[in-house]
Design a protein around this ligand. Sequence first.
Ligand code: HEC
Length: 100
Amino acid sequence: MIKAVRLLVLPFFISACSRDYQPADHANGEQIYLEACSQCHRTAANASIFQLHAKNTNANYISEKVLHGSAFMPSFPNITGNNLVLISDYVLEHSEIADE
Ligand code: HEC
């Protein structure tokens, strides 16, 4: 019984740490966002994606999140190079700066 529970729980923890999602060739920022991010974050269709703190409104902050994740967000080590630029630009273009 204990063993069965462990088998169920383990894959969940692994998938919460890192995703092996790989963008398709020539994917654009919107495609990457819809495939990799929109499951947890809202889409830009009706509202802005994020209300970012002013100090975080830069591509560096977004790409750090994508590459390294956080306690509750998985990392995406295969979103690299130009794809990382595309997804960061897309998120920034569709987010606002939060009022202090
Ligand atoms: C499994 C759910 C999940 C997925 C998938 C996910 N995120 Fe997140 N993300 C979170 C959670 C939870 C937070 C809030 C905790 C934190 O800030 O680390 C977060 C926070 C963020 C933040 C910080 C927002 C702020 O207000 O400072 C950014 C930027 C972000 N995610 C971008 C992305 C991008 C881009 C993708 C797709 C490549 C993505 N996330 C995929 C769960 C996810």
